[in-house]
Design a protein around this ligand. Structure first.
Ligand code: BTN
Length: 240
């Protein structure tokens, strides 16, 4: 991989998108010490304190149908989970689609943004925001957010964490391109906490309550409502 490092950027997503548009190849990684306008899912702000976390974006140009792009988010969640477990031993769980939790608090978020023609993907930018060395969070966040340092009681070398993530990502991505999602899905399911539970899914389309049956081969969440009807959920916030 080719790693592009920045001290401070608005968002590594924006930098990566520009590079992808300029023709930079697949596998380029944009890393920053600080983001002044970090982006979260659903238009939220992502707090990206200087030097405290891993703020990075991967540029991918897979030859896949755009409907399969959510699979790459799930694959990334598996890669980051395995990397953090190997570096720290912390037990992680994945909350669909892509929040990584320790002890029920959010440690890492993943944001996938795609540019596509009507049927083919041009580029997929996968943003990873991982809280590494934060000593604590402000009151409004401390109930819901955590860091590797808070959970393990010691700081971590961010370069080592990044190397571990890229290492896991690279073999999972190669496996995915050659063999499809079927080998990745069970790895994701093994860490998933949202499956087999009563959940509430909130999105701009409305709120659906029911039982999370699992994910399908595209990575879509299958939710059975109280009338027994199954809904396909592409994007939502999940509450238990
Ligand atoms: C979420 O809402 O859970 C997703 C958060 C994604 C944050 C990362 S940090 C690196 C990359 N650049 C951004 O602006 N966002 C992503």
């Amino acid at each position: 991989e080719n790693v592009v490092y920045h001290n401070s950027v608005t968002s590594t997503q924006t930098v990566a998108q520009q590079l992808a548009n300029e023709g930079v190849g697949e596998g380029t990684v944009v890393v920053a010490d600080e983001q002044t306008g970090g982006k979260g899912r659903l238009g939220r702000v992502w707090d990206s304190e200087k030097g405290a976390g891993v703020w990075m974006s991967l540029i991918l140009k897979p030859q896949i149908d755009f409907r399969k792009a959510p699979q790459l988010t799930l694959l990334t969640a598996v890669a980051v989970t395995r990397a953090i477990e190997s570096v720290s031993g912390l037990p992680l769980s994945i909350k669909w689609p892509n929040d990584l939790l320790v002890n029920g608090k959010k440690l890492c978020g993943i944001l996938t943004e795609m540019q596509a023609d009507p049927d083919r993907v041009q580029s997929v930018i996968i943003g990873i925001g991982l809280n590494v060395n934060h000593g604590g969070f402000p009151d409004d966040l401390s109930e819901i957010a955590t860091s590797m340092n808070i959970e393990a009681g010691k700081p971590f070398n961010r370069a080592e964490v990044i190397a571990a993530i890229l290492n896991e990502f690279s073999w999972l991505y190669r496996t995915y391109l050659s063999q499809g999602f079927s080998l990745i899905k069970p790895l994701w399911e093994a860490h998933a906490v949202s499956i087999g539970k009563k959940i509430v899914a909130r999105s701009t389309a409305g709120t659906t309550e029911g039982y999370a049956l699992g994910i399908d081969d595209e990575g879509v969440l299958l939710l059975q409502d109280n009338q027994g009807e199954t809904h396909r959920i592409y994007s939502a916030d999940i509450e238990f």
